[in-house]
Design a binder for this molecule. Sequence first.
Ligand code: FRU
Length: 618
Amino acid sequence: MKHYSYGISFSFLRKIVLTSILIFFMGISIAWAQQTGLSIHHLGANHSLVMVDEPQKYLLLPIEETAPEATIHVLVNNKADQTIQVRLAANRVDYFVPFALEQYKGKAVTFDIHTANDRTNVRNLMDDACWNEIKLADDFDTTNRDTFRPLFHHTPLYGWMNDPNGMFYKDGEYHLYFQHNPYGSMWGNMNWGHSSSKDLVNWEHHPVAIQPNGLGTVFSGSSVVDKENTAGFGKDAVIAIYTSAGASQMQSLAYSTDNGMTFHIYEKNPIITSDKECRDPNMFWHAKSGKWILILAAALEKEMWIYSSPDLKHWTKESSFGKGYGAQEGVWECPDLMELPVRGTDQTKWVLVCNLNPGGIFGGSATQYFVGDFDGKKFVCDSKPQVTKWMDYGKDHYAAVSWSNSPAGRHTVIAWMSNWQYANNVPTQQYRSANSLPRDLELYDGGDGELYLAVTPAPEVETLRSGKALKYGSFSAGTRKVSRKLPTANSGICEINLELKPRSAGKVYVALSNADGEQTTMIYDVANHTFSMDRNASGLTDFSKDFPAVTVAPCPAEDTQSLRLFVDRCSIEAFEGDGRFAMTNLVFPQKPYTTLSVYTDKGRCQISNLTVNPLKNK
Ligand code: FRU
């Protein structure tokens, strides 16, 4: 009996101890939640509520990049306001993203969170790292933490970026919107992020300009300045048309009466619908027909549809272009249509830009274009359907479109400097993806009966030159390497100009390397008139099987090749001196390149006018 009663009291005691420990820890967690102004309620194996008791500026959401996306419904005074997908940390916190609470001032905000970890027991959910780390804050630190963040290319302060969107120029400022995930550094939750610049190279970051709504997330699109108030939103209003990506894709309008800082969503959206997958509307004013023109990518049809409108709200489909033309693999996206001067003539021609993915020249994403005529209704291509022309011969040039309303009819494009093959996996974390340098476009006669795009860095890029330029005297190189130092200022981030005369060489190699032996090699092949860039040994390459690559461009058959190279922390952009080719490639050297070397396969070559300018943003 004694023994029995001892047995009962022992197991009873054990229960009491275990329960107290549990209560103690639950108590701590409840106390903690109260201290931080949040209460967290776990409701089921995959369902929790986070209630904001004492709001601050931000709720900081803890992210683990490999975690599945949780669906968060943001409830404001119990009403569903928005839904976002967030990779809430389960095992470890990689970084935080801020959710702005200020927009809901004075209202009760609750986050209704459905995690996607397929838990069967609420206890497992409670162990997730996010619950201990989620917190309120009045600040969000955007100081750079990524060693590969470019010094002179535009990047988002944090979070994911893809296509440039809605770019327009007005009152001395260039506006750049972009596909942006503010809640993680991988693709998702598409908003229009916003930056502006007076000179196309120094950028100021602004709050998100257009957020998702009931029609869907905010995919790519364009903006125009409505000088004559054709839409009725006011003289000089900025009108944006973008794709609302819900269950289907449709086109929506938003307008701004404060120079693009804030946008109002048009209540009668969508303004264009179709039963086909259509996206990325691009608009311009066509003076000759006195109408607005809009090009829409019928992605899976591999067609660009052309619409016209008197008022930016009502659109009529005029024609389509594309069946059987150019590169046809993958989907057609992000169109642009512009009238460009032909160098050395007083002629102009129309260029239809067509980004496609996959099926780019070196796999994945790339920008092709067609040259022809446009009469306000129809685009007619000058070349045979099988002719394919590329705006850039690298792997990392996508979604290139131009600024509208640029001064003096200037046509300046900027690209997303990545490739869908690996964009989500590149070795950065606080942010992902940069833009290319801005580039001015013209046409030139290729001498083969075809007109081609000349792509030159916008002259403003020269204002990035900072510090003393290194000017090297002419030298000749043979099969033994001749090396010159890159500037130590800005860790070798620079612009390199040089002229290369092959003489008796068959191939001339120009290599950029660091002390660890990482190098990107550029090769001028004299007999084949090609310029290539080999990034197989350029630095980190193993984050994707599609990253190691050699890209090749045709180059003019001339005695002297002049080259301009722009080297940033994670990219090299190469331009033929007159823009007759451009090549944009990402590279991730673990230490900056410090040396430029020249050598040949046989015979000798002459290098002259080698100038290296350190580059930096203001
Ligand atoms: C091109 C693209 C567009 C789309 C956007 C979504 O990179 O696929 O067609 O609007 O990205 O982010």
